[in-house]
Design a binder for this molecule. Structure first.
Ligand SMILES: Cc1cc2nc3c(=O)[nH]c(=O)nc-3n(C[C@H](O)[C@H](O)[C@H](O)COP(=O)(O)OP(=O)(O)OC[C@H]3O[C@@H](n4cnc5c(N)ncnc54)[C@H](O)[C@@H]3O)c2cc1C
Length: 389
């Protein structure tokens, strides 16, 4: 048995990034991961660094978009953070910020793009809606059906296979301990400390615990007798065969699910929120099984890519699924859990794009500093009515 200042449960991007901040501040940190570092969402995702509001945030109308926009201060911070991340970690992460375009093809979509850009500008995100020759000059590869695009110069991509391992290595260099292949099976308060036990019968204590367990976060919260409304969502990704450079930008669509980018190796990655089917067992979602691919998502995603005709000619060589975490209001769940002294959570939202920012802010809270952005809108306290004890 050992004692730590902080035990971080989950070796995804969030867990490893939080551990890095805490370890380099000189605190004693343990990361516990039931599988391997980067095995789940953090290593399976599309690698989009989208700082504009996403389609899923605007598709449910203006009120829902206005609510989701409360995360825009995090988007602005993330844009700055990614620009300096490789230097800060001393490792390549495949970061390329050559700009992003959110496309509109119909008059209604152009109007939606204008409303979205106006909302984003209220928060200081400088999205410009481009059309006509200006757009064609910037993105000559777009189909004629594209009428306009929201352009944000700092958007782009990073390589999900590199980012989390880079955070993990940096955390280890600063003295964090990493235990992989150990599943936390019990978590409770014991004499003013948290005691966490793993399946092998080992038990350790920590002053503070961070739940950074992705779709398993609710399961872990329940071990501490807390209900957190986080929902798993199955998502689909596909990759085309490699081709010569054709797509410098991150592409999204304001009227349908689509994200598209070209990797450094030349493959084009297609995603953007196409569902995969969660596996159920005895009537409950089995989080330990990868979601099943859906034919409709594979064809729908490929069809959405027609906005870049050159991509339609490329063969798809691989498709995969993964799970991500949603909260009821699409905002992050970030901060201390009320009535559970020392228990913190970090999940929800686009936690690849926003993960380094969540990590820095949560680590400031844990270190007793005042975070430089207010976290009230993301606090687990907004779901306090779900908890009676
Ligand atoms: C297909 C797909 C595409 C996506 N595309 C994007 C994108 O382009 N841009 C973007 O911003 N976001 C994207 N996302 C979302 C993004 O990947 C996630 O928000 C982010 O990776 C979450 O990181 P995490 O560290 O919270 O979770 P995870 O990476 O899931 O890590 C959680 C870890 O906790 C571990 N764990 C769970 N329970 C226990 C336990 N009891 N004991 C020990 N360890 C435990 C798990 O094994 C896991 O490794 C995508 C997600 C998917 C699935």
């Amino acid at each position: 048995m050992a004692h730590y200042d902080t035990a971080v449960i989950g070796g995804g991007l969030l867990g490893c990034a939080i551990a890095w901040h805490l370890a380099r501040a000189g605190t004693r940190v343990l990361i516990v991961e039931k599988d391997q570092v980067n095995r789940h969402a953090s290593g399976q995702n599309a690698g989009s660094l989208h700082f504009q509001l996403e389609f899923r945030m605007v598709e449910h109308g203006d009120d829902a978009a206005r609510l989701a926009a409360r995360a825009l201060p995090l988007h602005l911070d993330a844009q700055r953070t990614w620009a300096g991340l490789e230097a800060a970690l001393g490792a390549p992460c495949g970061v390329a910020l050559r700009g992003g375009l959110m496309l509109a093809e119909t008059p209604a979509e152009v109007a939606a793009l204008d409303r979205k850009a106006a909302l984003e500008r209220e928060y200081g995100l400088d999205v410009q809606v481009l059309g006509g020759p200006q757009l064609r000059e910037l993105a000559p590869y777009l189909a004629d059906t594209v009428r306009a695009a929201g352009h944000l110069p700092g958007e782009g991509k990073a390589n999900p296979r590199l980012v989390t391992p880079a955070f993990a290595h940096a955390a280890l260099r600063h003295g964090a301990e990493l235990r992989t292949g150990h599943r936390v099976t019990a978590l409770h308060r014991d004499g003013g400390r948290w005691r966490l036990s793993t399946g092998d019968g080992r038990s350790d204590t920590a002053d503070t615990v961070v739940l950074a367990a992705g779709v398993w976060t609710a399961e872990l919260a329940a071990m501490a007798d807390v209900r957190l409304p986080v929902f798993p969502v199955g998502l689909t990704m596909s990759a085309t065969a490699r081709t010569a450079p054709l797509l410098p930008h991150l592409i999204q669509h304001v009227g349908r699910r689509l994200s598209m980018k070209q990797t450094a190796e030349g493959n084009v990655l297609l995603g953007g929120g196409w569902p995969a089917k969660l596996v159920t067992r005895h009537g409950r979602t089995d989080l330990d099984r990868n979601p099943e691919l859906r034919y409709e998502s594979l064809t729908g995603n490929a069809d959405a890519a027609r906005v870049v005709p050159a991509v339609m000619r490329l063969p798809i060589i691989r498709s995969w699924s993964g799970m991500t975490t949603l909260t009821p209001d699409q905002l992050p769940l970030l901060g201390p859990v009320p009535r559970r002294p020392g228990l913190h959570v970090a999940t929800g939202g686009s936690a690849f794009t926003l993960g380094p920012t969540y990590a820095r802010l949560l680590a400031s809270t844990l270190l007793g500093d005042r975070p430089d952005l207010p976290l009230d809108d993301y606090s687990p306290a907004r779901f306090g009515a779900l908890n009676f004890v």
